[in-house]
Design a protein around this ligand. Structure first.
Ligand code: PAF
Length: 275
């Protein structure tokens, strides 16, 4: 595995890869969720590139940029064992300069749900993903469905800007207790983790309701919120949208995403279910 830190180092290493390339962009603190993206990239391509960069422009003032978990050595080891060919670990001044040209999230889809709770977040995500996709020039790039709105906006960006890289959605990976894997789970105390399990349970409840014939999204949302309120510190949103992120009144099988954002203690967690 070649570890690169600057654009020039990366470009030199990239030239040695002659064949299809799968790319997995991450912010590090790698867990089994990331590993599943890397494995899928390996299965579907001859070479795999991973980036680790905690992107400052997607964090809002007061968010956890400074305490975002960093595990550089462990991450390198995980990538090496997983068979990654190039690991790109730039610093902020490698990725950004002053007075940059900006990619902006779309005014509606980028400012609802996560974009409403975290205004400007998706501008930063799209900015860095655009840079990384252009730099890496991969055939396919892999993103988890857990960040459903991010995935949808990146897919739209790739379409709107005629990018050559195909955006590949990957399933959510959960711990045995059902909690979706996230680098932020390390912030949870034992008690908070128990409370956090209400999030996947609320999605499970929604799924059971749908299986028993309840398609009215308000009723499903209300029963999820009732369950979440039994333990989480704050329910930021529970919303049911179609794959274009438009709110829907009735569940559309094969075209629905149920989304939750909640705070447990001070930790903000998101999860979702694709129906
Ligand atoms: O999902 C993430 O880890 C980040 O938002 C991404 C896509 C690596 C951009 O910084």
């Amino acid at each position: 595995m070649i570890v690169t830190k600057t654009i020039d180092e990366f470009k030199i290493a990239r030239k040695t890869l002659k064949g299809s390339i799968g790319f997995v962009p991450t912010m590090g603190a790698l867990h089994k969720g990331h590993l599943s993206l890397i494995q899928k990239a390996k299965e579907e391509n001859e070479f795999v590139v991973v980036s680790i960069f905690v992107n400052p422009t997607q964090f809002l003032e007061g968010e956890d940029l400074d305490r975002y978990p960093k595990k550089e050595e462990a991450d390198k080891e995980i990538c090496k064992l997983a068979g990654v060919d190039i690991l790109f670990m730039p610093t902020s001044d490698v990725m950004y300069s002053n007075d940059e040209l900006k990619i902006m999230a779309p005014k509606i889809r980028g400012y609802i749900l996560e974009g409403s709770s975290r205004p400007g977040h998706f501008d930063g995500v799209l900015q860095i993903v655009m840079k990384l996709l252009n730099l890496v020039g991969a055939d396919k790039a892999y993103f988890g469905k857990k960040d459903a709105q991010q995935l949808s906006l990146i897919t739209q960006m790739a379409r709107n800007y005629f990018l050559e890289t195909s955006i590949i959605p990957c399933d959510i990976i959960r711990d045995n207790d059902g909690l979706a894997l996230s680098s932020r789970n390390v912030y949870l105390s034992k008690e908070e983790r128990q409370a956090a399990l209400l999030i996947p349970r609320s999605l499970q409840r929604a799924s059971e309701k749908i299986s028993s014939g309840e398609f009215n999204t308000s009723k499903i949302k209300n029963s999820m919120i009732d369950l979440l309120r039994e333990g989480v510190s704050a329910v930021e949103y529970v919303e049911i949208v179609n794959r274009d992120f438009k709110l829907i009144d009735e569940i559309e099988i094969g075209n629905t995403i149920i989304l939750v954002a909640a705070k447990v203690g001070t930790t903000r967690l998101i999860d979702n279910l694709w129906i």
